[in-house]
Design a protein around this ligand. Sequence first.
Ligand code: HEM
Length: 181
Amino acid sequence: MFYYRPVVEYAYADIISLRAHVTLGLMREIHRWGAHAMVIAIWLHMLRVFLTGSYKPPREFNWGVGVILLVLTLLLSFTGYLLPWDQLAIWAITVGSNMARAHPFVGHEGPGASLLAIGGVPLIHAGSDARFLLLGGTSVGPGALMRFYVLHCIFIPLVASVLIAVHFWRIRKDGGISGPL
Ligand code: HEM
């Protein structure tokens, strides 16, 4: 955060200088590989929990919290993916955000969106649908970069921290970690 500026003029150059010039710029690489390792670790954790039947009562609530944590982790990856602002990032988020455009009811090209109208005026259109909410515009631009930065660095980590605390509290409330079957 000291060296990266979430604006289209500097984002890519800042990532390059983090990689090549900044002392401890290696932290950015560690962060990127750490993110991959986190997704793999959560998947292995989920597999362990499933194989030991630890989703069964009284732990079904904690399984539910876990699923939300998994979605938040994938959203962390999705929002982080845009921040290098290179071709891979821009096109990956274009593809991803276009899915929101086709989402039922909340995407302006999705099934059912045209039903949401008052007096013939559509409520869901290109300037008010899920993609617009996600990107802060109708394409991946400066608005999206700032929005994804705030989601990635502040909003999602805050929500995930609260849910991880609930997850840990629940482990104790459910009688501690279940043993093997
Ligand atoms: C950020 C993500 C997550 C963190 C930090 C986390 C952390 C933990 C920890 C430390 C435990 C206790 C020890 C252990 O069983 O390994 C645990 C238990 C548990 N986790 Fe997670 N977890 C995460 C995601 C998930 C996911 C994705 C699921 C399932 C969809 C899940 C379901 C559970 C359940 C059911 C237990 C209780 C297991 C038992 O009592 O044996 N967790 N979690």
